[in-house]
Design a protein. Sequence first.
Length: 322
Amino acid sequence: MSTIVCFGEALIDFLAAPEGGQGRVFRQFAGGAPANAAVAIARLGGTCEFVGMLGRDMFGDFLLDSLRESGVGTHYVRRTDRANTALAFVSLDARGERSFSFYRPPAADLLFTHNDFDHACFRDLGIFHVCSNSMTDAQIAETTLSGLQRARAAGALTSIDVNLRPALWPEGKPVIKRLWQALALADMVKLAREELEFLEQGTTSADAVIERLLRDARLVLVTDGGEPIRWHTRGANGVLPTQSVTAIDTTAAGDAFIGGLLCGLQRDDIDTTRFDAFLADTETLQHALRYAAACGAFAVTRHGSFASLPTHQEALALLAAG
């Protein structure tokens, strides 16, 4: 079985607990979008490696232990003394929607360079997955683009979850040109409705964004919380409902969704040569997306990031429940 590599940041989510008599208390959870996706894949029974830089501090130790305990490969993780592991303080509203306060930069994950990639992580590579949080400054963006290019040269599928967090970008302003450089290297793109609206800058409509994405990508997925998922290929498009659940924490929902999709592709041995045939079979594609949606729905019913992600049996049970 080929390996999935998830590249980028792993960080600590400090989740606010309800305020008590002694003020607000934050609980420590392992997180970071590509790390969450890696854990989602491993929990579902897939084979995955996380690649990134962790600080040589107590939080880096916690993340490394958490990844390993979840079944994620960490053979290509790097450590550094030059910066600490990134932190994110998360508060939730009554619907489980998040507000973030990030302590990054400086952070260890931003120090990973193209020279830190181990050649071995591109052997037997089936899918290479990244998020836009590893595009927030010039050096880490160059590294991310290098990883995508090397993955494509190795014959792997490439996947991007836009996962836009403006607060992580200098002055809170994502560089749209830099985002499009990465998107041009993706076979699969997942983005939320508000991220699609952001990419409309310089275009005429959401349809124009989808059309531009499909010049390079072969599958574009648009999510919108509990609303239906919109999917687009070069030859078709459709809408799928999501499972109805009570959300208490939406932190890792998108990562669970993309992890479910990537794990399903790996399980069915879908590689770059078989991907177009997979997309052309609408019934098979929609089944894969329903499974992914069940993974995302399950994640919002638990607190935390790694801690909220389902097993294969838990995802199947929710899928069967409709």
